[in-house]
Design a protein around this ligand. Structure first.
Ligand code: DMJ
Length: 612
């Protein structure tokens, strides 16, 4: 082809320099038709165009800006969407599942599945157009508002009281907010601020005189915060301080039981102990949630001494559950629950079993036990997926929870929830309550599915269960006057002849803007790609912005159903609000996959550690 002929075809070149080469290589006047870019643009426009505006945008991206719906429009659209029933039996052979699950729990699930109310992705495609980047920026601003208020008025203290602006040491003076926030600051691009925190730690952070230090909080917030700051920056200063903290934590494991105490006091008379109300026992959630941090500490320091106590403790927990022969536990039904993989809420650090705590026990996936199950799964993932015992402990616990704790409300909403079994001298009693703390479960189930822990059929069941529980947790926000969730939900409560399917429990009406629901939304979105989870996150964030934001940060509220101006706020902002709630919202609204699930696991305080 002569140069002049090619020139004739491409002139005037409206499609820019990049296309010139394509045109020059084509022959004759039909070259335009063969231009693959034109076809590609046409194809995309046809697929994605819902209106003329987006078609125009596809052809003239500079001249016609993309059409993004506002938040209000999106919410309106969302409420107009009807969720199509998801017919479980159509997709799965239900008989298969019968063997795997306890019959009663299975029947509950089967009814719910056949009536169906699992959100179906295809209905929400339109909603994907919402511009989440602007929401991410709003979360970033919320991070700065919270952190800068703390920096200004409570620097070095555990927390700031966000209404009065006063500093407070509500965690034995461990500078919680300062350390817990560092990786959120780094993630959101506040590097100077993160560095300021580090400089403060180098000069001031010591655990030498503090009394009654809660080892679990020290571990998940302080050690977890230092370790993730280290993995994100490679800065050895963080590692040195992490090692210092970890060495304090391993000292709480006692011989010969291998079970740690939960409280430690330092200073002239160092001591270990437990809270009085536990009957002298250690909290299972607290002792079972030390593993990820010590494992990672062991990895980066090359010192196996950090990992040893965890190995021993896991043996104790395994034995307690699977080979328990204690006959006294039969009457209360505890023997069954243990055999099915559930853990009690207290363990005696002297004997390594029930000891004096026999009648104090509670079986729940909420407060008191919660994160221990999460750590079985995450330690299994983080340590190379070889430890079969951990896998068994996690999977049995899920089965045990389905068998003993899963319920579905009988009203039209059919909320699926995980209740609690409280042990007393007459045996046990089932409570129709679920802590907001237990809302980490949908995310945990989705993570297990992502990492292929079970057969495809069982994975499908785990994922369906995750979706049901997720809807319940989201509904605990949606059904209150403020749009904020209560600390504890109660189900099927009858008052003056009227039954409410889901409502705040009388002594759990407050909110601390806990992270578990948005954590699960982040994981369910990451695993399923269903935009409904982003949109539910948006609604929750809007409610926090509206009712939580105050002069010096974000305050929890006393009653999620009462919106009085005075006395509404409880003047508390726990460090997990920045470390977890805002971090998970930032990740949920982000287009970038900052911490891919195949490369990182989050500790229970949302601090990411790499998978080996
Ligand atoms: C956090 O400190 C952690 O998520 C912990 O596992 C449970 N409690 C708070 C948040 O609710």
């Amino acid at each position: 082809m002569s140069e002049s002929k090619a020139d004739a075809i491409v002139k005037p070149n409206k499609l820019g320099k990049a296309n010139e080469a394509v045109y020059r290589n084509k022959q004759g006047s039909f070259a335009f038709i063969f231009n693959s870019r034109i076809w590609f643009v046409l194809f995309l426009a046809l697929i994605f165009s819902t209106d003329v505006w987006s078609l125009l945008h596809a052809f003239f991206p500079e001249k016609v800006p993309s059409y993004k719906k506002t938040f209000a429009e999106t919410v309106k659209l969302m409420s107009s969407v009807t969720v199509e029933p998801y017919n479980y039996s159509k997709h799965h052979d239900v008989n298969d599942l019968k063997d795997k699950m306890n019959r009663r729990a299975y029947n509950y699930l089967k009814d719910t599945y056949s009536e169906g109310n699992i959100p179906n992705t295809t209905h929400f495609e339109e909603l994907c157009e919402f511009n989440f980047t602007s929401k991410k920026e709003e979360v970033r601003e919320a991070i700065y508002h919270s952190w800068s208020s703390y920096r200004k008025s409570a620097w070095g203290f555990d927390s700031i009281k966000p209404v009065s602006g006063r500093p407070v040491n509500d965690f034995s003076g461990l500078s919680m907010t300062l350390i817990d926030s560092i990786d959120t600051l780094l993630l959101a691009g506040f590097h100077k601020e993160a560095n300021e925190s580090k400089m403060w730690i180098l000069d001031n952070f010591r655990i030498e005189t503090q009394q009654n230090v809660n080892i679990f909080e020290l571990n998940i917030r302080v050690l977890g915060g230092l370790l993730s700051a280290y993995q994100m920056t490679g800065d050895e200063d963080y590692k040195i301080f992490a090692e210092y903290v970890a060495s304090k934590i391993v000292q709480t494991f006692v011989e010969p039981s291998g079970v740690p105490y939960c409280l430690a006091s330092y200073g002239k008379k160092p001591s270990l102990g437990n809270n009085k109300w536990t009957g002298g026992c250690s909290s299972t959630a607290e002792i079972g949630t030390l593993a990820l941090e010590l494992e990672y500490m062991g990895d980066i320091s090359g010192n196996e001494q950090f990992k040893k106590p965890i190995r021993l403790l896991n043996k104790v927990l395994h034995k307690l559950v699977f080979t328990n022969r204690d006959k006294t536990l039969q009457k209360s039904g505890q023997a069954d629950m243990l055999r099915d993989g559930l853990l009690p809420s207290y363990i005696d650090p002297v004997s390594g079993t029930f000891g004096p705590c026999n009648l104090h026990q509670k079986y729940t996936l909420g407060g008191g036990v919660d994160s221990v199950y999460e750590y079985f799964l995450k330690l299994y993932i983080m340590s190379g997926k070889n430890n079969k015992k951990l896998k068994k402990q996690y999977l049995s616990a899920v089965d045990g929870a389905v068998k003993h704790l899963l319920r579905v409300t009988r009203g039209p909403n059919k909320y699926v929830y995980l209740g609690e079994r409280i042990i007393n001298k007459d045996g046990g009693i089932f409570m129709k309550n679920m802590d907001h703390l237990a809302c980490y479960v949908p995310g945990m189930l989705a993570l297990g599915v992502y990492h292929n822990l079970t057969s495809p059929e069982e994975s499908q069941m785990h994922l369906d269960l995750a979706k049901h529980l997720m809807r319940t947790c989201y509904s605990s926000y949606k059904t209150t006057a403020s749009g904020l969730a209560p600390e504890v939900m109660t189900f099927s409560k009858t008052l003056k002849g009227e039954t409410t399917e889901l409502s705040p429990k009388s002594n759990g009406k407050h909110s601390l803007h806990r992270p578990e629901t948005v954590e699960s939304l982040h994981l369910l979105f990451a695993v399923t790609g269903d935009p409904i989870y982003k949109l539910w996150g948006l609604e929750i964030f809007e409610a926090i912005q509206k009712h939580g934001r105050v002069e010096f940060g974000y305050s929890g509220v006393k009653n999620v159903n009462k919106l009085e101006k005075d006395g509404f706020h409880n003047d508390r902002m726990e460090s997990f609000f920045i470390s977890e709630t805002l971090k998970y919202l930032f990740l949920l609204f982000s287009d970038e996959d900052h911490f891919p699930l195949d490369k990182y696991v989050f500790n229970t305080e949302a601090h990411p550690f790499p998978i080996k």
